[in-house]
Design a binder for this molecule. Structure first.
Ligand SMILES: [Zn+2]
Length: 286
């Protein structure tokens, strides 16, 4: 049997920074599982430069557990590493290398346990799933989820091996990122009332987001299992304007909604749109 440490050394040696292909790592896992008699399914991206891997041990059918991890890692550019990042190094009883914790360590443990799983009389399916591009927006897992949704069997639970300091984390807030483009009408600032100032309208829209986030934080809406215990809305980026003496015709801002399980990000968005549309139409009718 191959140890989890041996497998981890192999996995770390693949530079799977999200901008790179993960196919060499996926090929390694595919060979490892195939040699053990486990058939794998690969779900490629459109360019066929990256792939998710799915495999099932035990009987077909509903139920069972899915073990899931991502194969990509964050970059090491410009970082002062004291060990080679793409080689496994042991120091003071700890293993170092890019991705050892997040989350090739979990994948190594999962793969090392496969011979053990196969030796058991499994009464329920055990699903294995490895995705790509988690670090750049969970892009790969979307096609994996689409493929899994087509399958008749559904696992009961999914264990995702993200590092959480060995404390089980049962849930994560939802997240919706939104870009809002405000279109105004430019004119010389000396005649400001004749133009439509996109930055000022953006400021009004952002103010409504702030008002909404205060409402969402009300004590009766809170869930103490999360930190902070309420749905948050925050604006992170804003661009607009060319010169002080020009009424700006464009302004763009990005905001995000991070929701508790009982809040619906789309509903939050609709409530916000309802707030500003009413106001905007009043202005149009001036
Ligand atoms: Zn991760």
């Amino acid at each position: 049997m191959v140890s989890s440490r041996q497998i981890l050394a192999q996995l770390v040696a693949f530079d799977t920074t999200s901008r790179e292909s993960n196919l060499a790592l996926i090929d390694f896992v595919w060979r490892y599982l195939t040699d053990l008699g486990v058939s794998c399914e690969l779900i490629h991206n459109a360019e066929r430069s990256k792939a998710n891997l799915y495999a099932r041990l035990g009987p077909a059918g509903n139920g069972g557990v899915m073990l899931s991890g991502h194969s990509d890692v964050v970059p090491v550019d410009g970082q002062n590493w004291s060990v080679p990042p793409f080689a496994l190094t042991e120091r003071d009883g700890k293993l170092f290398g890019r991705g050892t914790a997040d989350m090739k360590g979990f994948i190594a443990c999962m793969l090392a346990a496969v011979p053990h799983f196969l030796a058991q009389p499994l009464t329920q399916p055990l699903h294995l799933a490895i995705s790509y591009d988690e670090e750049v927006g969970c892009l790969g897992v979307r096609t994996l989820l689409d493929a899994l949704a087509q399958r008749p069997e559904k696992p009961d639970i999914c264990l995702i091996g993200e590092p959480t300091e060995l404390k089980p984390v049962l849930g994560h807030k939802g997240k919706l990122g939104v870009r809002c483009e405000v279109q105004g009408a430019a004119c010389h600032s000396a005649y400001a009332p004749q133009g439509v100032n996109a930055i000022e309208y953006a400021a009004k829209l952002i103010h409504r987001l702030t008002m909404m986030s205060e409402r969402l934080a009300a004590p009766e809406r809170q869930d103490a299992r999360f930190d902070p215990p309420f749905t948050t809305v925050q604006t992170g980026v804003i661009h607009g304007g060319r010169a002080l003496n020009i009424v700006p015709a464009e302004c763009t801002f990005d905001f995000e909604v991070r929701t508790l399980p009982h809040d619906d990000a789309q509903q939050v968005l609709m409530n916000w749109q309802a707030m500003h549309i009413v106001n905007y139409c009043r202005r149009c009718r001036r």
